[in-house]
Design a protein around this ligand. Structure first.
Ligand SMILES: Cc1ncc(COP(=O)(O)O)c(C=O)c1O
Length: 441
């Protein structure tokens, strides 16, 4: 057995990380409370990203901590295959209560990636149960991020996440992305141009035949690719086309759910209801890993009722930790906290201030776009010639050293602070960014 040195950084192969750089220049977080992390050197870091778009109520909230502690001491784990525990049913009912009308059947998972692959599998199973098993085609979108499962990367549209992993699922196709700097740069809220990009779906339907297409999946607001706000009218059009052809529409709301856009879901904020919704992250305020798929009643019934009177499992899918007792306790406490503090409405209330403060950074060196919606913003920087992504990494590191956590994708800065952010802290984020951008080569 190899001897393992204390404080050795070599054993943990870190996800989505430059392991060699990190291990030469480690940045460790050791504690968190409300709007701040504490770094290993004792510095307080203002959290401009709610962790990874997930700690929507802020860190270390007492009610969530207490709920997890209590649950761990009461019922740590219960199997959920052919057995149940009360909190899972309670959380499902609570979640159904904040979903758009009709999406009231809840399948629990452990992550956003699992939610996506679950929704895709439910779509396939639904059509098969309906006697249309030839509907197997799944349509995603360029620049889409749907996690890291084989289903998610197949419908996803980020080349680096696909390239090394083979051909993926057969029979996928991709709508064009909606990023259009020429027409929409410096938009406040939803950009005016691009609704017509949804019409590409009509061309795909003409090419493949609607009766081969199981589902279309999109993020209402694309986050990980660098904050792409849906053009006005775009999602409405996708909904109209999918409905006209009987194709299921899946919203991946792993980022946009739980108040991020000033409502429980993007679907609610934008008034467009999908047939399934993928959730995770803010579901438990990220205190315990958990995801979920909210499923429209006819889709659920189409699978469960199709089993008829024959006893037996209707959907051969699920994971050991789905509806984990600790996650359910955290989820109920998080939903209670969001409601008690009115945090979804709060995000909506500070959106104007957030927008104005961010757009004040226009004109700084290298800034070619600023975009925002809800409590999300993207700041796109011109790539350094011959070194795309270098400016992004430099501003990330400079901000961390200055006491601000931001997220970067290539040369795009993404901001998504906890919904409890104060007006002063919005000012602080913008002041630190201003300073950093002025100094960026
Ligand atoms: C839209 C979307 N879908 C899926 C995922 C994957 O979630 P997870 O990392 O929990 O698997 C993410 C993660 O950022 C996401 O933003």
């Amino acid at each position: 057995m190899a001897a393992i040195a204390p404080n050795d950084l070599s054993n943990w192969w870190m996800p989505f990380s430059d392991n060699r750089y990190f291990k030469a220049n480690p940045r460790l977080l050791v504690a968190a409370k409300d709007m701040h992390y504490t770094a290993a050197d004792g510095r307080r870091i203002l959290d401009g990203t709610a962790g990874l778009w997930c700690v929507n109520a802020g860190h270390g909230r007492d009610a969530i901590v207490a709920a997890i502690q209590h649950q761990a001491a009461t019922l740590d784990f219960a199997p959920t295959f052919q057995l149940g525990h009360p909190l899972a049913f309670q959380l499902a009912a609570r979640l159904a209560g904040i979903m758009p009308d009709g999406l009231d059947r809840i399948f629990f998972t452990n992550s956003g990636s699992e939610s996506v692959d679950t929704a895709l599998k439910i779509a396939l199973a639904y059509w098969r149960a309906r006697g249309q098993g030839q509907r197997t085609r799944l349509i995603g979108r360029e620049r889409g991020y749907h996690g890291v499962g084989f289903g998610g990367i197949s419908v996803g549209g980020i080349v680096t996440n696909r390239r090394a992993f083979g051909p993926g699922l057969p029979g996928t196709d991709h709508l064009p992305h909606t990023h259009d700097l020429a027409r929409n740069a410096f938009s406040r809220g939803q950009p005016a141009h691009g609704a017509e990009l949804a019409d590409r779906l009509e061309a795909m339907i003409a090419l493949h035949g609607a009766d081969t297409i199981a589902a279309v999946i999109v993020e209402p607001l694309a986050g990980s690719t660098g904050v792409l706000v849906p053009p006005a009218g775009y999602l409405e059009r996708l909904r109209a086309i999918t409905a006209a052809h009987g194709i299921l529409l899946i919203f991946d709301e792993v980022i946009s759910g739980f108040g991020r856009l000033g409502a429980a879901t993007a679907a609610e904020r934008l008034g467009v209801t999908p047939d399934m919704m993928c959730l995770a992250k803010g579901l438990t305020n990220a205190a315990v890993p958990m995801g979920a798929v909210a499923v429209a009643r006819p889709v659920h019934d189409g699978i469960v009722d199709a089993a008829g009177d024959a006893p037996g499992i209707e959907l051969f899918h699920g994971t050991t930790y789905a509806a984990h007792a600790l996650a359910c306790a955290a989820g109920i406490a998080a939903l209670d906290l969001y409601a008690a503090e009115g945090l979804f409405a709060r995000a909506r209330a500070v959106e104007g201030l957030w927008e104005a403060a961010l757009h004040d950074l226009a004109g700084l060196p290298h800034v070619i776009d600023i975009r925002n919606f809800g409590l999300v913003a993207g700041i796109e920087l011109a790539p350094r010639p011959g070194a795309p992504g270098a400016r992004g990494q430099e501003i990330f590191r400079a901000m961390f050293d200055a006491g601000l956590l931001i997220r970067v994708t290539g040369d795009i800065i993404a901001l998504s602070p906890p919904l409890i952010i104060s007006e002063g802290q919005i000012g602080e984020i913008c002041a630190l960014l201003r300073q950093g951008l002025q100094q960026l080569a």
